[in-house]
Design a protein around this ligand. Structure first.
Ligand code: KG4
Ligand code: ZN
Length: 348
């Protein structure tokens, strides 16, 4: 019999509650995906303020849950299992979601699963594109993470091939946007400005692409500094800043490295399916270049729609459904959120 899984996400600045139906054949259907974001409260600080995010989760949790059930046309008694983000993320923010999930699971007397936020970003793709062929390669790019992952089983087996040694890709977008006087979060305005710019105007460095660098690790801190220096130099000379060209050239440096390393990893691992997810996967040039390079390499590319790429509750419900289908163990009611949960721990 089909089962209803509720997913709760609160690892950063989005309070997400998702509801999915797990069918007997293992397919997962999206029923509701409600998100309340505190992003506007962080905008003037240029980054997420943990304490502000925690408070916002506390205020948004119950109303967001009520909206999700109203959207799905379900009542709480229809829920068969609850999944919640156990980590990685901000400690205080995670705690709000985990506490709510424990309370709901206790009140409803249903099993509880503490699941990995990063695995959720990959699992969400099954809501749009169906079951995930395995092994697959996942490129996870957001404000907090930049990772290349090998997925052998979305419910139990994920291995990290590489990650950023400094800034996350989205973090680089946010910092460069600040330098260019563009609003936070920086990804969308840079994406837009870049469409009117020349990506070959300025040769910005491609981080960690030297012969001695780790093949699948990333670095964006040098690129961010190079952009800042270039802009400072132009300002010192009294020149106007060609924002569109800087945005396009910066963006090209980011997506060139991301896609080149992802393709190389897929080829080396003999993998023919790639999933790109996380907030930066909404980037138009990343999707375009990844599409070209995957096609040339004979790799099937799957990118969830932007709404599913950014943090949400549906991704946690989707992962929860796969974990339930795989008959993985439930979490003990006294489990703790783990801000540094490693990516290979798909569920607690
Ligand atoms: O996944 P997400 O919503 O939250 C985290 O887990 O971090 O990702 C947010 C990040 C921000 O850094 C934002 O600037 C970036 O995703 N982003 C983009 C675009 N849309 C959002 N980066 C590049 N291009 C975009 N179109
Ligand atoms: Zn995320």
């Amino acid at each position: 019999m089909a089962r209803i899984i509720m997913g709760i996400e609160s690892s950063c600045d989005e309070t997400g509650v998702g509801l999915v139906r797990l069918h007997d054949d293992g397919t997962v259907e999206l029923l509701a995906d409600e998100v309340a974001s505190s992003v506007e409260q962080h905008a003037r600080f240029g980054g997420v303020v943990p304490e502000v995010a925690s408070r916002a989760h506390l205020e948004a949790m119950v109303p967001t849950t009520q909206r999700a059930f109203a959207t799905a046309g379900l009542s709480m008694s229809d829920v068969d299992a609850i999944a919640v983000t156990a980590g990685p993320g901000l400690a205080g923010a995670l705690l709000v979601g985990v506490s709510a999930a424990k309370a709901y699971a206790t009140a409803l007397d249903v099993p509880l699963y503490g699941v990995n936020h990063l695995a959720g970003h990959i699992a969400v793709d099954t809501l749009q594109h169906g079951p995930l062929p395995t092994p697959c390669l996942a490129l996870l790019v957001s404000g907090g993470h930049t990772q290349l992952l090998r997925v052998d089983d979305i419910a139990s087996s994920i291995v990290e091939l590489g990650s950023t040694v400094d800034d996350a890709a989205g973090e680089a977008y946010d910092k460069v946007a600040r330098v260019l006087g563009l609003p936070y979060p920086g990804g969308p305005p840079i994406d837009k400005a870049a469409q009117n710019g020349d990506s070959a105007a300025i040769a910005f460095p491609r981080g960690m692409t030297g012969p001695r660098d780790a093949a699948f690790d990333f670095s964006f801190s040098g690129l961010k500094t190079a952009v800042a220096r270039w802009v400072e130099g132009a300002a010192r000379r009294g020149e106007g800043i060609p924002v569109d060209d800087v945005a396009a050239s910066f963006q090209e440096a980011v997506v060139d490295v991301l896609t080149a390393k992802a393709i190389r990893a897929a080829k080396e691992q003999g993998i023919t399916t790639m999933v790109i997810s996380g907030g930066v996967a909404a980037n138009s040039r990343l999707k375009e270049l990844a599409g070209e390079r995957c096609a040339a390499a004979g790799i099937e590319l799957r990118v969830p729609k932007p709404r599913l790429c950014t943090d949400n509750g549906a991704m946690i419900a989707a992962l929860g459904a796969h974990v339930v289908a795989a008959k993985r163990p439930t979490a003990p009611l006294d489990f703790s959120a783990n801000p540094a949960l490693p990516v290979n721990v798909v569920s607690l």
